[in-house]
Design a protein around this ligand. Sequence first.
Ligand SMILES: [Zn+2]
Ligand SMILES: [Zn+2]
Length: 336
Amino acid sequence: MSRDEDASSSTPPEVCVVADASRRPLVAHSDARTAPTARHQVQSAFPFGGGGSPSDPPLDELSRLLALVGLREPPCVPAARLDTTNRSAMERVAARLAGRARHAVVLRAEPADEGVAGLSKLGGAAWMAEGEAWPRCAQCGAPMAFLAQVDLGEACAAGVGAEASGVVPPVQGVLQVWCCNEGRCDTYQPHNGTQSLRIVPREELSCWQPWPAEGRGTLPVKMVTGWTLRTELLKQEEFERSEQLERSEDVAKVYEWLEENVEDTRSGQKVGGWPNWCQGVEYPACPECGEPMENVLLQLESEAVESVRFGDMGTAHATQCRNHANYQLAFGWACC
Ligand SMILES: [Zn+2]
Ligand SMILES: [Zn+2]
């Protein structure tokens, strides 16, 4: 008898989890100006050891996983049932899955005037040194579009940079990303001269200035006005790969259940966390050491910057080599 059969033959307590009003995602706002919403409440019992009050009861692995993905039991609400089969699969997988959770900080970006809310922004003018050359595409020769400037120190202060974020600390400096936006170059492929990335020390940036774009001009700017800390689970393929699992029924059941009951927690514009791969797992290899470049410095979705699409509704990632932080950077994307 398999463990599944065994579990389903026992008398199951009905287990339901909360999916809406009393849902308590494990996120915290770094921006005190924004009151937490029902979906973005501050949660003190952070699931990576530490955090939480000493009087909190210990979470078992299942509760820990449910809490990670923003669900909790009880109280019972018939919105997202966890049936017996799923529950037993979840119990067997939860510890390993929760152990691979990462922190990300999601950007809140709003149209605003340049500079009113700091350095971090999507689109807009790049901060450059006097006389510096605007990056050009190695394939078509056109000036690249400036996509993003992100103060990684701000992201770090909002919660990325801890061991669980997937980004090696210290996270500092200002990330700048350019990419060809002419629509005919292979910009999905990292390291081919169609993108340009760098991390500038913050103190160096203080004597630079916002520089007007060459070519098609400066893209409309959205300034980053807040950061939301979030806990993320990795995609199934990446989990199976990292756990060296060939094919696991338990994992398949758990992910099926997560897909049905939990809103995706990897999407959006963010620093850290797990890539929301549109296709397969595609970390670029570091040109210097050959290791996969797994530090997610920035995830950008299609149209996060006006008129920048990454194919058809694609998602792009700026990643960094753990061994060569701050100078081996890559940018690539895939479409859905
Ligand atoms: Zn080009
Ligand atoms: Zn490297």
